[in-house]
Write a protein that binds this ligand. Sequence first.
Ligand code: MG
Length: 384
Amino acid sequence: MSSQNLDGENLIKPYDALLALYAQKNRDSFGRTYSENTDPERLPYQRDRDRIIHCPAFRRLKGKLQVVSPNKGDHYRTRLTHTIEVTQIARDLARQLQLNEDLCEAIALAHDLGHTPFGHAGEYALNQKMKAFGKHFEHNLQSIKIVTELEKRYPEFPGLNLSYEVIEGLRKHDQGFTRPDGVEVNWPSLESQLVDLCDEMAYLAADLEDAFRGGFLSWKQLEQNQLCQFVIKGFSKNESGFEFQTPELSPSRLSHQLLHKLIHQLSTDSISNIQNLPPLKDGTKEGLDQIKALQTPTKLIAFTPKFEAQFLDLKSFLYKNFYERPEVRSHTEQGKQIISDVFDHLLLHPTDIPENFQSGQSIEDRICNYIAGMTDEFAIRFLA
Ligand code: MG
């Protein structure tokens, strides 16, 4: 990887000048694995974003449900709409924090590319299958595999040849990185940390809305949760001063208001928390290096401890009242079974694996890559 010949030479200077000390500057990018002709009119991470949006793995996100639930309808979220929501929140907060919006956008758009069909149930089932071969499956690592190996669009290289910082940002749950220059750092960029937090906010708020819309949670139950209670208290007035009474609102307005205010509250809290960044040395790249080298036990972009506790409590509330409900569970079990059956079938009939998944790896890896890329419907139809 090289920091020479970066894209966007006509834009880098003015754009980087807008960013905070601790932001990832375009000029400091480690660049791409394979050298290519540069595009002077697009910044490096803008070009990464364009590559992600135009790849088939991105389009397949529309066929993967966020939560496998018995309720079907046009308004439930898919991985694609979830991805767009994460991207929107991340870009808004990045601009507020003067972080690199393009980098956030690229990481957010690619963050769920490696998700299996049937949400986390599918991931669990595929992981169980791979364990029998002494391996494991994890969707974040699969996202990296997709953008570095499995996407085959360009004649000169495998994958999408994205900038190093985008790939680093997809290693979501990792701590401890060796940069291309050999330097060991503890944390990924703040852009990556921000996307991670926005992912948490977006899926929790959205699952809550979907659970309410689907009739799995009543308004009464929501009012019993501490964080929801706090958010609902602020319901009587909106930003323009329009006053209303909660009982007067239709369920769709109620759920939208809850989602809107919850994300707003979570964003405000995380932004207030980041004001506690350690003092940064004034300079070019030092702020970013300082952030990455910090020995803090937790990420810098996080909720305040009080909100973190309430957030976790809301998560377990959702587990208990939505994900773990028998009718939802029976659907997730069906999803697991389908993944397991497709895996077993392909082991017995490896010629059913398409040509573009056939190159150079073990049979279980080829099956795993193929299944992970399937949409829910494709997996259901596969053995029908
Ligand atoms: Mg996600």
